[in-house]
Design a protein. Structure first.
Lengths: 171, 171, 171, 171, 171, 171
């Protein structure tokens, strides 16, 4: 087994131009197209951490507060926030720019999880992730709570066992 | 304002064939492509309920447990489960079939929310939804709890105020 | 050989949103794109009847009387109307809706035929089809005449031998 | 009104490479994709004859006898065969080549009809077509019969009035 | 080894309709899409000359002087101008037409080079090309100079050894 | 007129996954697809420098020495190297990675030029570029020579006047 890796080692930047077929009747980027891009950029981050083929395991709640317009440049930045046995959580930040208008906005963030698999689709172990910056450590620490919430929502953990999530609602 | 509508009135079925460009190195449907289809089918359901243009507001946690193969037929069924002031929650069920092999499997479910908007993107009121079958009533009742969870996760509600979600973790 | 099947067993519904790249200079859906969708939905119906890989054998005359607009929701419904030795005739109905405007119209219908084949492309026998409703029986009965017309138009039958078609023009 | 035009004036050649997403599970070009290409090449031919925007009015029976393979080069040649008041019939011939294997085959032919329209979609008159070669004259003469058959199949002419078609079946 | 071939033997014509997704914010065809089409049409020409699989080796300087509009018909004509040991130079001419407006313009020309390869990607010998018309002979003769320039620009030949190019700048 | 900008201000990173439809019969990325991506990433860089709409003016000679495989991750990095009156030269570096295999390779570089235009397509002045690092200064200095070569190749400058290019071939 190789050694642990930093967040830095899995960072990926992806840039897309919003074309007519990506938009709805209001000329806004469709949410589904954005999630498609999020899936690709985060899969590449998970590949980089694991040096392995990966498959999407889950996506956490995403909200779409700001419309993104036709012709905007969309920048997606992703990196692995925590590695579990054979799975990885990836954090994605999305920024939209109308460059001629000089406008730029952070529009979304999301968490996707991936599982490293062999060619037959069987899970494979991945190396540990060691967070470094303050923000990376915060994301690393929150990963356990998000993981419990995922398991509860997928009905694979009883709510009463989700200690991390419970503490969130109790104060 | 028109009267209330049933779930039936917004039901949509969409069928897609998994083509090479929809797949990853393992010849499995990429999660991002599936979410793209989910977004389109559920937007149509929300259009049908509101008779209005709609924009994606959020997507709840989705898990991808079963791989879907190249050449499979994917059927997505969607309907509105509850209408709030100008927003709607839509439930989507996904089934994948390898028809020549006679195999069929329910692979995913998801909740998307949409907001009805006018041509300038300003929210518009939508008619109420009245659930009828047992399953529809269960989904309707759960909608409040899912909505609180969305607001908490989007940091627009304090966890301690999310009464419906709290009760889930307390027993 | 498995037993006969009903029309019901092969029914497929497909829903598509008309996007910018699907349209011509008048913002109308291009006929070629609609035929592409018809081919996919009817191939799935033929797969369902035969539980087999299928290839398109022919398409009958289609007319495009009503323009379908950018942003419309197009619903295609298909089912097998009659099975011959290794071929199947599929009937497709197309409906277009401008949901915000509350407009809906049946725009086209078409007949496609498919052949069930093995992995080397060699024809394979398919099960019989038993029509049930009045409409299904009418389509089943008309299938022989349409088949003769296809053979005549493909120059694989002499017009004078096409008894079913001849009777149509004689009275 | 401009003068009459020859078939030559509307001739168009289109060449396409069969890519993975154009093919079915057998690695054969899907019929729907081929019809999509046929629609584009024949619309351009009708534009050239009418110097006008055109919309697809109908497609005649097409049969798909020869499979076309992934990687093949598909050549579509189209020209207008006859002009009616505001509509035009276009003939399309399709050839598929496996160039490295030195194989080439004429795989399909088809007739599409188009209507010349103004920006509001209202039909506009088109110039006459004068056929020149023997083959062009034969196609020009057959156009009346194919037109009657189209009208009968679209239920816009009584079979008993379709004199040209009747004569085909009577001898 | 087969005999020499003429330019005629590799001529290919490709026709494309400029669709919304091919255009930028000004509704002009994006340069990158045009180069994509140029690559396909010239690869087919090189396939025809070599009766072999080919891979793109280089593209020469292209300038984009004339904007091409949404809805225009783009015609690309390509043929091999000279064959070297296992590589071929292909010349491409691009014409854009706004058919309803009766406008047509030669917008670009380009030179692409290809290498004939076997299934493992190893270069294979190709037959000689014999130019016939005056224009073909001129292109054939210029091919050596363009080849030296390519080698210099790719840093695979010293500028001082590029006799053909040098003579161009000396007088 | 705003002040001068650094190369840094226009840097863009784009990441693409090579999908089946991007590849030829050898499962290698087609050159035309890569150029399409190069055009988008460099147009965004030119937009960033000029804060304006831009159109592609030219592309310099590109060579494709290394095949890029299906499933590879392609990273394109672009920045403006020099601004002229209303045009900009952009440098693009392409890297391909087979992440599971741990292989990574710099495969191509290219120069594209863009013109900043207003909504009617009329050229607009752009701010100056001030190079900083050694590499940026080298690219800045070479830009004049590349510009002369472009003008000579586009037949808009006499070879004998291209002093910068001449000196390259003289020593």
């Amino acid at each position: 087994m190789k050694e642990a890796k930093s967040c830095e080692a899995s960072r990926v930047t992806m840039t897309e131009l919003v074309l007519p077929n990506d938009t709805n009747t209001l000329n806004n980027l469709m949410g589904g197209r954005l999630m498609h891009w999020m899936d690709i950029v985060s899969a590449i981050a998970a590949q980089k951490h694991s040096n392995n083929i990966v498959v999407t395991a889950s996506v956490d709640n995403i909200s779409f507060a700001q419309p993104i317009q036709l012709g905007d440049v969309v920048t997606l930045k992703a990196f692995v926030t925590r590695a579990f046995s054979s799975s990885m959580e990836v954090y994605i930040e999305v920024m939209a720019e109308n460059i001629p208008a000089g406008e730029s906005e952070r529009t979304n963030s999301a968490f996707f999880t991936f599982v490293a698999v062999d060619k037959k689709g069987k899970p494979k172990k991945v190396v540990e992730l060691i967070p470094e910056s303050e923000k990376e450590i915060e994301l690393f620490n929150g990963a356990l709570r998000r993981r419990q919430l995922r398991l509860v929502l997928a009905k694979r953990m009883k709510p009463s066992d989700a200690e991390e999530v419970k503490s969130l609602f109790m104060d």
